[in-house]
Design a protein around this ligand. Structure first.
Ligand code: C5P
Length: 280
């Protein structure tokens, strides 16, 4: 049995530069990863089987009767891997869904990337094999960053990656008001204004001076984001409070775990989903 974490992804900054003819947007973003997230467990099996458990399992699978190999980014990742590497084996895959779905913190992309890493370990494919990156890019714009799982600057669709030194161990709080948001719908509401690139200082300075250009568009679809950001921005000790990805999850970075815990207490008291974690 292979166990592979699927850490929550954060966009410490997300600058949208322009619309592309292919329907995507040209981005500049700082990807960072948390120490917590979903979990993939995978083993060889006679027939393919995919099961989801955990706090957000029902949100993912709905009330439909469970299909053994339902279409999902995880099963798509596995199918693409077995086709690319001509693997003549079936797999049993279990996903523990701890992260809210459609929430701007990777979710499906992180799960797909963890599935690829687990399959690569099982079938002895090196993690830096270019075929894995090609599969990842075909699954979604964030999947290559999630496959790498380290702090990177993403350009292009977000899949042209430049490694940068991260902020390992920095306490971070994730808060989601419980409103799923469609990534495509948020990008479609972007106002088309290029507000400029990410700066060139150290990572924290760059992040703090940066923006999330999708924040206004997402707030239009999920007004609860405003209340979450108000709480995080005014939390004592918060160094940076911002929405991640296309929302609605927002995060705050802290120097001290005690400040993070106090902010988490206030956010949980509002009935919002909270994750107290640290940057990886
Ligand atoms: O690649 P992925 O399926 O995760 O993207 C979901 C949607 O988000 C795309 O269909 C597109 O509408 C939007 N998107 C975008 N520009 C990006 C990334 C995503 O417009 N760089």
């Amino acid at each position: 049995m292979i166990t592979e974490p699927a850490p929550a992804k954060l966009n410490l900054a997300l600058h949208v530069r322009r619309r592309r003819p292919d329907g995507y947007h040209e981005l500049e973003t700082i990807f960072a990863f948390c120490r917590d997230g979903d979990l993939i467990e995978l083993e060889p099996a006679t027939d393919n089987a995919f099961a989801v458990a955990g706090p957000f399992a029902a949100a993912l699978t709905g009330s439909a009767p469970a299909e053994p190999w339902a279409d999902n980014l995880v099963t798509r990742a596995a199918d693409a891997f077995t086709a690319e590497y001509r693997v003549d084996r079936a797999h049993r895959i279990a996903l523990t869904k701890n992260l809210p779905i459609a929430s701007g913190i990777g979710g499906g992309s992180a799960d797909a990337a963890a599935t690829l890493r687990a399959l690569a370990r099982l079938h002895r494919v090196p993690l830096d094999d270019p075929g894995l990156m090609t599969i990842a890019a075909g699954l979604g714009a964030d999947v290559p960053a999630c496959l790498r799982g380290a702090t990177t600057i993403g350009r292009g669709r977000g899949d042209a990656l430049e490694p940068v030194a991260g902020l390992p161990g920095m306490p971070v709080l994730l808060v989601n008001p419980g409103v799923p948001v469609s990534t495509g719908a948020v990008f479609a509401r972007w106002d088309g204004v290029d507000r400029g690139p990410i700066g060139k200082d150290d990572l924290l300075t760059r992040a703090c001076a940066g923006r999330n250009d999708l924040q206004a568009a997402a707030r239009g679809l999920a007004p609860a984001i405003d209340a979450v950001l108000d709480l995080l921005t005014s939390a004592p000790g918060a160094l940076l409070a911002r929405m991640s990805g296309s929302g609605a999850t927002c995060f705050a970075l802290f120097d001290r775990e005690t400040d993070r815990a106090a902010a988490a207490g206030a956010a949980c008291a509002r009935g919002w989903w909270c994750l107290e974690t640290a940057l990886a």
